[in-house]
Ligand binder design. Structure first.
Ligand code: NAG
Ligand code: NAG
Ligand code: NAG
Length: 251
């Protein structure tokens, strides 16, 4: 299975701009050029949170919005990202009025547990973490079937989940920028990741800051300083152990 899971993990940021310009119009958006609302608090939207216990007892932070009786969609973010990357779709009333939306921080990111042991970052553990979330949702609404949306590396996690645990609880999979040829992405990754995984703090932070800026598509406007710093706030928290180990496992 893993052999087919070669992913353009880092296209998440390019794709985020695409998503935001096509589907997301937050109701109190203050920056129409980006359609990306950074400052509205989750409480404004009635977002609820809970944690589940993932593989090896790593705590996984989960958020939900919308009536749990509605069909559930679980959003799985990509490499070096975190749940807030889905703000434009998650905080979109058009979606949450009819659906039950769920998003979470994968292990190593934002409000989830951040092991410092690289062995904790294999994709199989990410798939087990997703299983804990799917089970938690289905336990609350027995018989419910869930649609998975995997973005970039999130597609690897979703397909591994399906491969390892079956599709009984899943009625659909949407892949956003899911799979590419391994040989295309591998050299790009090494060049980007070396400085990010650097033990030199300043070099590492500068590379994490440059990452989203550098990955914006050619036909897209540059992201603002605000957005770059917003993303840096999450990316800076990701442990060095995650960087190489997750990259290697998802490729
Ligand atoms: C989770 O929800 C609680 C209760 O609403 C809230 O106090 C807390 O700030 C939320 N946690 C995060 C990380 O948003
Ligand atoms: C997880 O936590 C439980 C209860 O605290 C403990 O019994 C178990 O050994 C832990 N498992 C791992 C893999 O750490
Ligand atoms: C990450 O991998 C690169 C090679 O791709 C290596 O130079 C670097 O030392 C590694 N960093 C860590 C923390 O393992």
């Amino acid at each position: 299975m893993k052999s087919i899971l070669a992913f353009l993990c880092i296209c998440i940021f390019c794709y985020s701009l695409k998503i935001t310009t096509t589907t997301a119009i937050p109701k109190d958006d203050t920056n129409p050029s980006e359609h990306y609302s950074l400052y509205n608090s989750d409480a404004d939207y009635g977002i609820r949170n809970f944690t589940v216990t993932g593989a090896n007892n790593v705590s996984i932070f989960v958020e939900e919005i919308g009536d749990t009786k509605n069909p559930t969609v679980v959003f799985i973010h990509g490499f070096l990202a975190f749940r807030l990357i889905f703000n434009p779709v998650f905080k979109n009333e058009f979606l949450y009025k009819d659906l039950h939306l769920v998003r979470y921080d994968s292990r190593g990111t934002l409000d989830s547990g951040k092991p410092t042991d690289p062995n904790q970052y294999v994709m199989d553990y990410n798939a087990q973490d997703l299983k804990a979330i799917v089970d938690a949702v289905v336990n609350k609404s027995p018989g419910k079937q869930i649609t998975l949306v995997g973005w970039s590396m999130g597609t690897a996690i979703a397909t591994l989940y399906l491969g390892n645990f079956g599709q009984d609880k899943v009625n659909g999979l949407v892949t956003l920028c899911g799979n590419v040829e391994r040989q295309t992405i591998a050299p790009v990754g090494v060049a980007l990741l070396d400085p990010i995984a650097s033990k030199d703090y300043q070099e590492s932070i500068e590379a994490r800051y440059a990452l989203p800026k550098g990955l914006v598509g050619k036909n897209r406007p540059p992201i603002s300083e605000e957005t770059a710093l917003f993303l840096l706030g999450g990316i800076a928290l990701i442990p060095t152990a995650y960087v190489n180990a997750t990259w290697t496992s998802c490729n």
